[in-house]
Write a protein that binds this ligand. Structure first.
Ligand code: B1M
Length: 221
């Protein structure tokens, strides 16, 4: 019951855009031993779903969405260390939101869940061009390149990035680099069509799909 109270408090504080309040409630809940995953999924993530619905129904406007988004990020900041797993050898993921797209909340959740599974995650930000993705792959030498897109217009960038990586010799197939894609408009069929190796519909599926892929190859335990 008390846990539900914490969840309800987190939800109403995110909706009200109260970043400091969200942090305070999450810290109290953690101090009392509540599960960080529940606080993340049922507190923070469902709040943003409600924000989305309110935006569609015109009962929320962009400034309110931005305040809620700021409060959500403040909560994520407190929860992030709870999901860090220690692993001897880490597989590296470079993640970014594609060019033209500024949405980053989902990408951050995917990063947190991947870190919780033991991956080292390098987040190269939002509005990332195909050239910059390629530069990051050359520089960080990741095993996985993860791309997020929230707009039907920008999801087309994912194919462009994959083609460009092939063109500049950074990827022939998944043996060189595993490409994972996801985000609201992205489907499994689209992922397959553009030649991505992995697709996930949400953050926890992304972590499972990536871990299962490497487990199959005995690269993680
Ligand atoms: Co934007 N926006 N937005 N927005 N926004 C959407 C996406 C939209 C669906 C709203 C709507 O109209 N109903 C719509 C897209 C429509 C479409 O393309 N079909 C939309 C639009 C149109 C726009 C603008 C064009 C609005 C305008 O200016 N007229 C504009 C575009 C700006 C740009 O990017 N160039 C815009 C701007 C914004 C804000 C800046 C105000 C803000 C973003 C703030 C931020 O991210 N820092 C914003 C927000 C918050 C939203 C909604 C309300 C919420 C998105 C979100 O954070 N969801 C969204 C409506 C909605 O989704 N209900 C909307 C919570 C998050 C946890 O979920 O991001 O889906 P999500 O991530 C999930 C999965 O998608 C998946 O896992 C995540 C966690 O489970 N996932 C992956 C994501 N990446 C993955 C990668 C993976 C695997 C899974 O592997 C690599």
């Amino acid at each position: 019951m008390v846990e539900l109270d914490y969840i309800a408090q987190i939800r109403s504080l995110v909706m009200a855009g109260k970043a400091e309040g969200v942090q305070r409630v999450i810290k109290n809940a953690l101090k009392e031993g509540y599960d960080p995953k529940t606080l993340l999924q049922e507190g923070l993530m469902t709040s943003m779903e409600s924000v989305g619905t309110k935006l569609i129904n015109n009962t929320f406007w962009i400034p309110e969405v931005l305040l809620s988004s700021r409060a959500m990020h403040a909560g994520l900041h407190v929860l992030r260390p709870c999901f860090k797993a220690e692993k001897a050898k880490k597989l590296r993921v470079v993640i970014g939101t594609v060019a033209g797209d500024l949405h980053d909340i989902g990408k951050k959740l995917v990063s947190i869940m991947l870190e919780a599974k033991g991956f080292e995650v390098i987040d190269i930000g939002i509005d990332v061009t195909h050239e910059y993705f390629a530069r990051a792959v050359r520089h960080y030498q990741p095993q996985v390149l993860a791309m997020s897109s929230l707009l039907t217009t920008t999801m087309l960038e994912m194919e462009r990035v994959i083609k460009y990586l092939e063109q500049v010799g950074l990827r022939k197939d998944s043996e060189d680099l595993v490409v994972m894609v996801g985000g609201r408009p992205v489907t499994e069929e689209y992922a397959e069509e553009i030649g991505a190796d992995l697709y996930a519909k949400d953050a926890s599926e992304a972590a499972h799909v990536a871990a299962d892929y490497f487990r199959e190859q005995c690269l993680v335990s």
